[in-house]
Design a protein around this ligand. Structure first.
Ligand code: FAD
Length: 406
């Protein structure tokens, strides 16, 4: 045994480091293990995503000392405009409109680019004495023993902890090794992701156009730039990815419309195959799952990372409370509290995003009528619109302490 920690975290993506920082702050010693070397993940071109972070996710990031390092590069989302697009046609009139001024807490969210968030998390882990970060190391086995759990790394090193947290994404092995099965299916869609610069200012407005092949999101970034998340059928996405930049922009322009004026590409294009991946349980003996390891969802509502950060805040609450009471952090009663808190939310998010995608990603005239009526009804009723904005801001439900704000 090379060393031991209170809490072992497999996965140093986004949720794993956020949890490690929250737990270190609460006095736990944490070891975070990730297969990828730090240099790979610190490379600005590693991941092209930008995240719509809900107000409550921002509060959590502020509480763990990350927000202050990304705030200047974050763009507030002041409104959302939704349109429906017909196959081969143009986007229809606005059917739904949300304005942040309808809630008193401030912007419903901020757009933050992965490259800034990832870097801030890596730097903060490095500065925290209670965190050991093993980058470029892969967990190959885990074994539950009386009073603890041991993980084995590909290098042969073995590390002991009281609890193993699986933050290793949809394809990580922590859940399977703990005997937790998954419900999984693909959508036959791939998200093409990039950043564009544009002629007209975005004014903090996010646009969502529901095209029959999948949704197109245009999300405000700092300066005159926006993030594009363009969900298309797998075959069309592959064709789009193979186009040169001029061909790509020519295909993108009609889908975006003229809300932002002339467009140009900033940086590379990235693609992400889309699917649902939901773990049957979020806990097992001495194991807790969070983030995409527990629930990988369609990005249609921009909620995957927000839900992961909610797991982080809930688990940090449960473990801090257990510590204060002198309980074993890996005890079944402690893990059951976390499972009770997160199970319902997680399943609801998975099925809501799945249902939305099925309802909106098609050109069936009957379903088109249903969604037009639904969107029109939400838009017409201020109380309902406000409820949607509060949901998008993450302000509903039983908020963990780190998400309640100062
Ligand atoms: C196109 C797109 C747009 C999105 N937009 C949004 C958005 O606007 N808002 C939002 O909230 N969410 C969004 N999401 C969702 C969000 O990207 C994910 O929920 C989030 O990145 C998941 O982070 P994670 O840390 O849980 O997992 P990951 O980022 O998958 O990290 C898992 C880590 O585990 C490591 N690992 C795996 N196996 C092992 C092993 N055996 N040993 C050691 N390490 C291992 C991997 O190297 C990896 O670093 C979007 C997703 C997509 C695809």
């Amino acid at each position: 045994m090379t060393h031991s920690a209170h809490i072992l975290v497999t996965g140093g993506g986004l949720n794993g480091p956020a949890l490690a920082l929250a737990l270190a702050q609460a006095g736990f010693r944490v070891t975070v293990i990730d297969s990828l070397p730090c240099d790979t993940r610190a490379d600005p071109a590693f991941d092209g995503r930008a995240y719509a972070l809900a107000l409550t996710s921002r509060r959590l990031l502020a509480a763990i000392g990350i927000w202050q390092h990304v705030a200047e590069r974050a763009e507030p989302m002041l409104g959302i405009r939704v349109r429906d697009g017909k196959a081969g046609g143009s986007a229809g009139p606005r059917t739904l409109e949300f304005d942040h001024a309808e809630i008193e807490e401030g912007p419903m969210g901020h757009m933050v680019e992965d490259r800034h968030l990832r870097r801030a998390l890596l730097d903060a882990m490095q500065e925290e004495a209670r965190i050991t970060h093993l980058a470029g190391e892969t967990v190959t086995a885990q074994e539950v023993q009386p009073g603890g759990v041991i993980v084995t790394l590909a290098s042969g090193e073995r590390i002991r902890g009281a609890l193993l947290v699986g933050a290793d994404g949809r394809h990580g092995g922590t859940a399977a090794r703990a005997g937790i099965g998954r419900m999984e299916w693909g959508y036959g869609q791939t998200a093409v992701v990039c950043a564009v610069a544009h002629e007209k200012p975005h004014q903090g407005i996010a646009h969502q156009v529901f095209w029959p092949a999948g949704p197109l999101a245009i999300l405000p970034l700092t300066g005159n730039r926006s993030a594009i998340v363009w969900s298309e059928s797998d075959t069309r996405a592959a064709r789009i990815m193979a186009m040169d930049d001029a061909g790509f922009l020519a295909a993108l322009r009609p889908a975006v419309g003229d809300v932002l004026g002339a467009l140009s590409l900033v940086g590379k294009r990235f693609s992400y195959p889309l699917g649902l991946s939901l773990a049957h349980e979020v806990v097992a003996a001495r194991v807790a799952l969070l983030g995409d390891a527990a629930h990988g969802v369609h990005p249609i509502a921009g909620q995957g990372l927000n839900a992961g950060l909610r797991d982080v805040a809930a688990l940090a609450d449960v473990l801090s409370e257990a510590k204060a009471r002198g309980e074993d952090p890996g005890a079944p009663t402690v893990l059951a509290r976390y499972a009770r808190w997160r199970r319902f939310d997680t399943a609801t998010l998975a099925f809501a995003t799945d249902g939305f995608n099925r309802l909106f990603s098609n050109d069936n005239p009957l379903l088109r009528r249903v969604r037009d009526l639904g969107l029109g009804a939400v838009n017409a009723v201020p109380g309902l619109r406000r409820a949607f904005i509060r949901e998008a801001a993450g302000l509903t439900g039983d908020l963990p302490r780190l998400m309640r704000g100062p």
